[in-house]
Design a protein around this ligand. Sequence first.
Ligand code: RFL
Ligand code: PHB
Length: 391
Amino acid sequence: MRTQVAIIGGGPAGLLLSHILDRNGIDSVVLERHSRQHVLRRIRAGVLETGTVELLRAVGLGERMDREGHPHSGAAIAWQGRERFFIDTKKFTGKLMMAYGQTAITEDLYAARDARRGKIIDEASNVQLHDLTSTQAHVTYENKGQIHRIDCDYVAGCDGFHGVSRQSIPASLLRTFEKVYPFGWLSIMSVTPPYPDICYCYHERGFALASQRSPMLSRYYIQCDIDAKLEDWPDERFWQELKARCPKDMAEQIVTGPSIEKSIAPLRSFVAEPMRYGRLFLAGDAAHIVPPTGAKGLNLAVSDVFYLSRALTEKYHTGRTHYLDCYSDMALRRVWGATRLSWWLTMLLHRFPDDTQFDERARQSQFDYLTASEHARASLAEQYGGMPFEA
Ligand code: RFL
Ligand code: PHB
């Protein structure tokens, strides 16, 4: 088989890239390790920046999002013993954000690719990338016991943190930057009316977060020990702990019910540089991971895809390689901005096992500064709402 762009990974980054390339007359094949059912079962991000929302609309993926998503003007921080604080993206940037789940976006993307007879190969195992610095770049994979080969002009590595693409770059050429946090997030989904605001809670017992997917679907998170086990967290205990970390009026408003999903995710910051090796371009979690505190992971995957689709379109339509040549630098500038914000919010809103009284006071002072300074509030709102894409 031959294609113009071989895309490794059928998550949001890979599917969106394939969709946009197709709209621009560029052929691609998506190779996904898991079954479609498995990919669609994953519950992950839920908050979209304006830039993400506008891009999805611009490429014909806005209809269901605008019908079912919940536009909102930012998020609240409930700091123990203090007045509620609001990260007001609407006031400071004029922009609305959108609560719309990654699961729904992935469904929309599969539907859009199917409608255009897009080539997505599920359950492609042992994917390998070959000759990435030559004009004979190709990928091989196994499917139903047979080995297949796809020749291509470019390879897009959209295969997440544990994928094969980043590992195909010689270690001597790759620099990685990593921070692993000493706790995780325990999450549940429940068929209950959500708390009205997305609300981040800081409490001496640890962090908690109220979020939402739809008028009858709630998503809640609490900070947990790094070695926490799901079996130790029956629903009853989760709700009790969540409510203990929220202000009283908020706890009283939270509607509890049986969980339909429960999982634990570790928190990590990770960036790999550069995001290009010869004809291979990395996008999304394949190149970087942020802790979910800033709700940036999915939004970064989308901004990478915006830059990469523009670069490939320029190359195929005009022969110029300006955007391909600056893809890594441009994408990384945005990545580092979101990485820094996610790290900062994680430090601000969590209790660390080795916290001293100094750390606690410094955190309180940081929060005091936010409440006292219009400039500080504007800066946070601008970054939480998402920085614009570079021209
Ligand atoms: P994905 O979604 O991980 O998709 C990558 C796809 O590649 C496939 N794959 C391979 N395919 C072929 N060959 C291989 N060798 C392959 N290896 C992997 C995988 O099966 C998968 O389908 O990456 P992408 O597209 O870059 O999208 C990024 C987002 O998914 C991610 O940034 C966010 O979901 C991060 N994230 C969250 N972000 C938020 O903003 N808020 C959240 O609440 C939130 N929760 C999460 C998360 C990420 C999680 N992960 C990755 C463990 C919760 C979890 C559990
Ligand atoms: C979510 O809705 O899943 C969500 C919201 C805000 C975050 C992270 C996750 O910071």
